[in-house]
Design a binder for this molecule. Structure first.
Ligand SMILES: Nc1ncnc2c1ncn2[C@@H]1O[C@H](COP(=O)(O)OP(=O)(O)OP(=O)(O)O)[C@@H](O)[C@H]1O
Ligand SMILES: [Mg+2]
Length: 363
């Protein structure tokens, strides 16, 4: 039979000695006996313990173990970011569909698992520089509200291989245990590395370890590898990934959306027309080049103290230099349609006014 007096004294002693875990055990043991004799007290104690344990798990989740470091330099081997986006980026249609599938699968993880299926654990992003591979990994991380751990393989591969292997293993071990998304950026760096003869064995071992890790990546995690040299990757490597997403150059629609976003806080006359024409002239460039062109113009406008619309017209003029005459005429007609004068159109496009007049009259 439980003696309240003894229990109280016992508890006080434990509290004074700071033995939190023992106090919890004692109370949990007593609760069972209180159930019959003091049901109200028993209930209150249960509530207290439950809310305390909830708090504990929240605290535990927040405290991530320290990031793995390089033993020589003591520098962290990976970057960990918690990312949020002000507005969603635009994606080429196929890319958007694939990224959304990865995200949806995670959101419906429980349903998938109860049907014996798992969400995508590993995915490979392939595409030229500046098409949004790294940004897509950041976007997934933001959408899933999980931190993004980035391991830049090009940077890690520069040191000698024995050490590289240890460093990569340390990062993979860390990532598997934490609730994160791991991005292996510049994945082709591994394929590019040509060590001397003594290192060939070590390099092979490293590749084998990596491939095995991809195969066995836990379903709770998500591993993303990004490369812009698809030709350097062995078909055996491709096969390892559950999903391969190819990133094309942005479409006219993607470009126009991006330019609009970049200029959303600037207002000037003829903005819509300028954006339409600019977008057309930027087709074929990567997202990163489009962003650079527009942001450089915004900077120029501030530095030179000129109106942004003038700087953007100068940009149009420059981009037109790479366009053949037939294209120029098509663009000229667009200018006229948007209300530009024949004189201004001729000036910007570097065409004669006669030519413009001729096509304008025919059109
Ligand atoms: N979908 C997008 N919408 C808007 N801007 C984008 C988009 N994708 C990329 N960008 C812009 O281009 C920049 C470069 O993109 P990102 O770093 O993702 O390219 P990447 O494919 O990883 O290139 P690399 O192969 O050189 O690493 C971004 O910082 C961003 O400004
Ligand atoms: Mg990148």
């Amino acid at each position: 039979m439980l003696n309240l007096e003894d229990s109280y004294v016992h508890l006080t002693r434990l509290a004074l000695e700071g033995r939190k875990q023992d106090i919890l055990t004692l109370i949990k043991r007593n609760i069972k006996q209180f159930d019959d004799i003091h049901p109200g007290l028993s209930l209150k104690l249960k509530e207290e313990i439950l809310s305390y344990q909830d708090k504990l798990t929240v605290i535990r989740k927040k405290v991530q173990p320290p990031l793995p470091i390089d033993l020589d330099s003591k520098l962290e081997l990976v970057k960990s970011d918690s990312i949020t986006f002000e507005s969603d980026p635009t994606w080429p249609e196929e890319v958007g569909n694939e990224l959304n599938k990865v995200i949806q699968e995670r959101k419906l993880e429980d349903q998938l698992i109860s049907s014996g299926l798992f969400p995508t654990r590993s995915t490979l992003f392939v595409g030229e520089p500046g098409v949004g591979k790294t940004l897509a990994a950041r976007w997934i991380s933001a959408k899933l509200e999980r931190p993004l751990l980035t391991l830049d393989l090009a940077a890690v591969m520069s040191s000698y291989l024995g050490k590289t292997g240890n460093n990569i293993r340390a990062v993979l071990d860390y990532a598997k245990k934490s609730h994160c998304i791991l991005l292996l950026d510049e994945f082709d760096a591994i394929a590019k590395k040509r060590g001397d003869d003594s290192e060939v064995g070590e390099l092979k071992r490293l590749v084998t370890v990596l491939l095995q890790e991809i195969d066995e990546w836990p379903a709770t995690g998500l591993l993303i590898a990004a490369t812009n040299h698809e030709e350097l990757l062995d078909p055996a490597v491709w096969r390892r990934f559950e999903r391969v997403i190819k990133f094309p150059k942005p479409s006219l629609q993607n470009i126009s959306y991006t330019v609009n976003e970049l200029l959303k806080n600037d207002s000037f006359e003829g903005k819509t027309s300028i954006i339409d024409i600019l977008s057309l002239l930027l087709v074929g460039k990567s997202f990163s080049d489009v962003t650079k062109e527009i942001n450089n113009s915004r900077k120029e406008s501030i530095i030179q103290g000129k109106h942004l619309s003038i700087i953007l017209e100068e940009l149009i003029e420059r981009l037109c230099k790479n366009v053949n005459k037939a294209e120029k005429i098509k663009i000229a007609l667009m200018f006229l349609e948007k209300g530009y004068s024949q004189r201004k159109t001729a000036e910007i496009l570097g065409l004669s006014r006669d030519t413009i007049r001729k096509y304008a009259n025919n059109g």
